[in-house]
Ligand binder design. Structure first.
Ligand code: ATP
Ligand code: MG
Length: 305
């Protein structure tokens, strides 16, 4: 497992990562969320041993990365921010080179190459120099590089950044499939991605951990958690009726009375009363549903933006 203890990074007077501690176990997919400059990438660089911490330490399967860098890095795959270096190499040349650095050769290398090229759908660009690739293909080349030696731990800094919607979905599926026996840490700005692939979400703001829970628990912190959204077939004057229901704190009217959003008091369950009052008035409903909560709302609340 990964043990992060009091990890801190200072650049001059500025503290980018501030006394961060947490553990991650096999099977977990941990998502780092946080505003630009929060310290996500810096934390990942310290976990992977690319940046020595100012203080604190990282242990991976019991080994201190600062003391056993080579042994520990063999068990790590890392997709850094941005594009792979060595842009003059072809994709295939680059992946072969990385494979060699990782100690793979012969059949084992060919097999792994075939596998990761298929997983990241790089077939059509294998002979192209990396610097001529589109952003999405560069990202996928970086991802292939991280997967090549089939590491126990994957640290992926914004793995779906720049990918088209189909590829985003494919990479999310790939991460979910890999995750069963591995430790995966990803960072992302796509909040839905956390619900889609992560078993655990950590929000970082100004270098500090401000939330660490499951995506569902994060959604439950939203004022929209258990809100009831209704859309009628035609506009209806329902605001006063909804506002009078027990447990309703706010009624938002949209589309000139065609849709409404009812926010609950903490813990209140509104659905039953709402559907009853709609039936009683004979209002014709187009859609009626309960909201899970909105991660963007929780994110704003916790990061103070
Ligand atoms: N080498 C460095 N020297 C000085 N400051 C740095 C250095 N590396 C990072 N920083 C600063 O540390 C802070 C955290 O940066 P980091 O890249 O970790 O943020 P992030 O959470 O990954 O942001 P983003 O969402 O934009 O990728 C930023 O204010 C950044 O400018
Ligand atoms: Mg970053």
């Amino acid at each position: 497992m990964i043990e992060v203890q009091h990890l801190t990074q200072r650049f001059g007077d500025f503290t980018a990562v501030d006394d961060l501690s947490f553990d991650v176990r096999p099977g977990e997919v941990l998502g780092f969320l946080g505003p630009n400059g929060a310290g996500k990438s810096t934390t990942m660089k310290m976990i992977t041993g690319f940046l020595p911490p100012t203080s604190g330490r990282v242990r991976i399967f019991g080994e201190d990365i600062a003391r056993q860098p080579v042994a520990v890095k063999q068990r790590l795959g890392y997709l850094p921010e941005g594009a792979p270096a060595w842009g003059e190499m072809t994709v295939l040349g680059f992946l072969r080179f990385i494979g060699a650095v990782r100690g793979l050769s012969g059949n084992a290398l060919s097999q792994r190459l075939q596998q990761v090229v298929a997983q990241t759908e790089l077939q059509e660009v294998l002979r192209q120099p990396v610097h001529t690739l589109s952003k999405g293909f560069r990202r996928r080349t970086g991802l292939a590089q991280a997967l090549l030696h089939d590491p126990d731990i994957l640290i992926l800094d914004e793995p779906t950044d720049g990918l088209d919607p189909n590829q985003k979905q494919q990479v999310r599926d790939l991460i979910s499939n890999l995750a069963e026996d591995k430790i995966v840490i990803i960072s992302t700005h796509i909040l839905e991605e956390v619900s889609a692939v992560c078993s655990r979400a950590m929000i970082i703001a100004r270098g500090r951990k401000v939330a660490d829970c499951t995506p569902a628990e994060l959604e439950a912190k939203s004022r929209y958690h258990q809100a009831v959204a209704v859309r009628f077939q035609q506009p209806v004057q329902a605001a006063a009726v909804f506002a009078a229901l027990p447990g309703v704190t706010e009624v938002d009217e949209m589309e000139n009375g065609r849709s409404y959003l009812l926010l609950p008091q903490p813990g209140a369950r509104l659905y039953h009363d709402v559907s009853e009052v709609i039936d009683r008035h004979g209002w014709q409903v187009d859609t009626l549903h309960i909201e899970r909560g909105r991660l963007d709302d929780v994110f704003r609340q916790l990061t103070g933006i």
